[in-house]
Design a protein around this ligand. Structure first.
Ligand SMILES: [Zn+2]
Length: 282
């Protein structure tokens, strides 16, 4: 081959997706998938029902990306053959489509998290503006992914409302709250973030976990988190789009919405969204 041919050959190799990671028993991996379709509302911080996870089963979700720190998160997940769900801000997806495509190529699930993540939350906007944020975010993520993203949706700051939930349901968008978080919007060391999250997870025993792949402290924590989950016998469940709503588990008696309590404190006049009667908890 001439030098030019070698150069072209090299460029072709570099543009190919990385080969699938060979993971043995030392890796966390994925233990099973749950297909999510329909328009359920899932996650105990906000809704009185969540995924039907067994003891020691966890789901990893990341919000607010893609961002430069996303690369490190993806590297750490790939090293453990672990899969996650990414809820992307539409304008970030539009700005960094290569990272959206990488998430998809590496087997993760991609959903949306509004177009611009308004600081006031969608419920504080005019209804038409709130719906436009949902639609534009969903379209931007779909475009950046080449049409392969899911229609999974998570409200910025969990700031939903009955009308916005209805709008999402009409568009067949499953709405995700979460069960656990690492409070990684607060600056802290990766070690402290890991300890905080694992303490909460050991107490809960299972659950959907919310992290943010815009924070370096979180990206730095992921390798240790995945190793710790594996060492402590936690199993990773991967969410994928499906035709129907999955089996859900009802919240324990005495459940209250933690995120709603926050919004009541912030904006006392906004009432708790009424749970939709057609929601199944079986
Ligand atoms: Zn967010």
């Amino acid at each position: 081959m001439t030098v030019n041919k070698w150069l072209i050959f090299g460029l072709l190799l570099a543009s190919m997706p990385a080969p699938a990671q060979a993971c043995g028993p030392d890796a966390l991996g994925v233990s099973r998938e749950i297909a999510v379709g329909g328009a359920p509302q899932i996650g105990l911080k906000t809704y009185p029902r969540t995924l039907s996870l067994a003891d020691h089963e966890v789901v990893l979700t990341f919000d607010d990306g893609p961002s430069p720190a996303t690369r490190k998160v993806l590297d750490a997940l790939a090293a453990q053959c672990a899969k996650a769900t990414f809820f992307l801000i539409g304008r970030n997806a539009q700005a960094m489509p290569e990272l959206v495509r990488r998430e998809i190529a590496e087997g993760h699930t991609v959903g949306s998290h509004s177009w611009s993540h308004p600081s006031k939350s969608l419920r504080a906007l005019d209804l038409a503006d709130g719906i436009a944020e949902i639609e534009r975010g969903d379209k931007a993520v779909a475009a950046a992914s080449g049409g392969t993203a899911s229609h999974f949706f998570r409200f910025p700051g969990f700031g939903d409302s009955p009308a916005l939930l209805e709008a999402a349901a009409m568009r067949k968008m499953p709405v995700f709250g979460t069960d656990l978080w690492a409070s990684d919007w607060n600056p802290m060391t990766s070690e402290r973030e890991l300890n905080l999250l694992m303490t909460r997870l050991r107490k809960a025993g299972r659950g959907m976990i919310l992290l943010h792949d815009i924070h370096r402290q979180t990206a730095d924590m992921i390798p240790s988190l995945l190793r710790t989950l594996h060492a402590e016998g936690f199993k990773l469940v991967h969410l994928v789009p499906g035709p129907d709503a999955p089996e859900l588990r009802a919240a324990p008696d005495g459940w209250t919405s933690e995120t709603e309590a926050f919004y009541r404190k912030m904006f006392g006049e906004l009432a708790r969204p009424t749970p939709r009667p057609q929601q199944s908890t079986n």
